[in-house]
Design a binder for this molecule. Sequence first.
Ligand code: ADP
Ligand code: MG
Length: 245
Amino acid sequence: MSMLEIEALNVWFGKSRNRVDAVKGATFTVAQGESFGLVGESGSGKSTILRAVTGLAPTWSGGISVAGAKVIKKRPKSFFKTVQMVFQDPYASLHPRHSVDQVLGETLHLHGFRSIDDRVVKLLDDVGLGQKFRFRYPHQLSGGQRQRVAIARALAPEPKLLLLDEPTSALDVSVQAEILNLLADLREEHKLTYLMVSHDLSVVGHMCDRLAVMKDGEIVEIMDVAALRALQATHPYSQQLLQAS
Ligand code: ADP
Ligand code: MG
């Protein structure tokens, strides 16, 4: 089964003369359990695709299906039990005055879970933080620890599909690998499907099964990571990207 189907997706911002066509005719499918990468230079439309899936980019046309169900413009709460997103910058994505306990507890409550205390403890263990971080505030955490909290929050509703928007690029190089390893472990343990944006081909080579290369809002190539490793890109832009890394 495919977990995500994107069909002839167009996403734009603004009107008439100010209109920006951020994504143009993107089509790809992510199988259940697969990790799929989106690469391309800054401004090529990668984040916009993720934002269109979660409803953060309101003007789009084309088809988006998640777990076999067509996504409609007004997403029901149940949608976010299936799909969650992790943003690039954990400094911006966590409320400074909410403790870790509040962030996770409120998310669990919102999704109708019971035994919230036990679940908070479990989530903190799952992301390798543990109990001692439970009552801390974001300013009492390192960048890597904050991103672990953001990942725990995304896992709280027990989603099937995680949208990861450059989840390590705001972090120190020394902790990037730790977070990537955590994400790889979580995918296995929780049988997750990933759609992961990165501008770093080595990250995608390490984390993904297949990838799409984007340029100026369009997908110019879809390939296996094996082809990436073998430097076998057919589109000239992909070749350029490979050579540059
Ligand atoms: P990427 O993630 O690949 O760096 P984005 O998806 O963020 O690229 O952006 C794609 C294009 O859409 C860029 O030209 C960007 O300026 C434009 N864009 C993104 N968000 C908005 C917005 N909210 N309003 C207007 N233009 C936007
Ligand atoms: Mg982006």
